[in-house]
Design a protein around this ligand. Structure first.
Ligand SMILES: *[C@@H]1O[C@H](CO)[C@@H](O)[C@H](O)[C@H]1NC(C)=O
Ligand SMILES: *[C@@H]1O[C@H](CO)[C@@H](O)[C@H](O)[C@H]1NC(C)=O
Length: 220
């Protein structure tokens, strides 16, 4: 075989594998093989602009967490220089090894843009996060890089984020379909967060809603 055709064949095989990986052959249950950990109000706290009461940026009604923030809001602490956020910070489940999973349903009302709605916190500097799921212009992005859901607003989606620390891989599933396998970004301690954390090009009002949040891991 000439080197041209062998290169072409390799390329074709690679394309095929990529297609198999990213195409969804019927929804899977990414939580299979994981154990669900206890989760109640003891396992999270709400971060919100430091100068407003929590009920001005967060409510929990009929099992749904509503989190919103304004681009003009203050950061979550007086000493922080980060952009405004209202986030559910998972606590008590910081991890540095193993395979962990965040599962939940989310809803983003239209008008919300330039915002991170879910993150795997912890990475090697200069990065602070291993994963950010962001909304820009009505689409769900991996950071600003790739579109995971082209039309994400005004609909509920089921999300599974699987972080394998040793393999340094993060998988994102939407409605049971694998959307991306991203590389880890280092770090010694990780935790999950969801809500709204303003990024570049942020809209004046940002909101995301969450329900049925679960934290899972593979038994050591
Ligand atoms: C939350 O769950 C833990 C572990 O099951 C339990 O010890 C704790 O009392 C619960 N807290 C609340 C506020 O329900
Ligand atoms: C969102 O739309 C604006 C205006 O068209 C554009 O400048 C910007 O690059 C878009 N953002 C992303 C992340 O695609």
């Amino acid at each position: 075989m000439t080197s041209f055709s062998s290169t072409f064949l390799q390329f074709a095989i690679l394309q095929f594998l990529l297609y198999k990986l990213l195409s969804c052959e019927g929804p899977k249950d990414p939580s299979k093989g994981f154990i669900s950990l206890p989760f109640n109000t003891s396992f999270y706290h709400i971060q919100k602009p430091y100068d407003v009461p929590v009920d001005q940026r967060y409510k929990f009604v009929d099992g749904v967490h509503y989190l919103w923030v304004f681009s003009t809001d203050k950061p979550h602490t007086p000493t922080s220089h980060t952009k405004p956020r209202t986030e559910i910070g998972i606590q008590g489940y910081d991890y540095s090894s193993g395979v962990w999973q965040f599962e939940g349903d989310f809803y983003v009302p239209s008008g919300t843009s330039g915002v991170c709605i879910m993150q795997v916190f912890g990475a090697t500097a200069p990065h602070a996060t291993t994963l950010m799921l962001r909304v820009y212009n009505g689409s769900l992005f991996y950071y600003t890089d790739s579109v995971l859901v082209p039309s994400v607003c005004d609909k509920w989606f089921h999300l599974n984020v699987v972080h394998d620390v040793l393999a340094a891989k993060v998988k994102v599933f939407i409605d049971g379909c694998l959307k991306i396998v991203a590389d880890g970004r280092g770090g010694t301690s990780h935790t999950f967060k969801c809500g709204v954390y303003a990024q570049n090009e942020d809209s004046y009002r940002m909101e995301s809603r969450w329900k049925d949040i679960e934290i899972l891991k593979i038994r050591d």
